[in-house]
Design a protein around this ligand. Structure first.
Ligand SMILES: [Zn+2]
Length: 125
């Protein structure tokens, strides 16, 4: 647990972010389930480029949805850590995460060094 940190405020920030991401996820799911049908799609002189951009937008929505769901997982994890008193502790090295980093990314699980190391390992795959 980080001393001197306003955990109640961090919790509020996490909950606000969670509400925002949940609304976003719900909207994306809605759009995915019920795509706006454009009448132009059935016309013969449809530009292939426009068809392509429809597909692209759909893929973009699905990608965004999986990012949003990933962030929701991270936020839930951070809220759990807050309740268990392990919030703000790097899961890799067990040291406190820099407060400025938590201000920027309230659901951060790793300190800056370990985050960089993990990202580097992932990009090497
Ligand atoms: Zn660390």
């Amino acid at each position: 647990m980080i001393k001197g940190m306003d955990l109640a405020r961090m919790k509020q920030r996490l909950q606000e972010e969670r509400t925002r991401q949940l609304a976003l996820a719900a909207r994306l799911r809605q759009e995915e389930a019920d795509p706006v049908e454009s009448g132009e799609l059935s016309t013969a002189d449809q530009h292939p480029a426009e068809l392509g951009s429809e597909t692209f937008e759909r893929e973009l929505e699905l990608t965004t949805l999986s990012i949003v769901e990933g962030e929701l997982n991270e936020i839930d994890g951070a809220l759990r850590r807050l309740d268990h008193g392990s919030y703000g502790i790097c899961e890799e090295c067990g040291k406190p995460i820099d407060e400025a980093r938590l201000e920027a990314v309230p659901w951060a699980r790793y300190c800056v060094l370990d985050q960089a190391r993990i990202e580097q390992a992932l990009s090497r795959r």
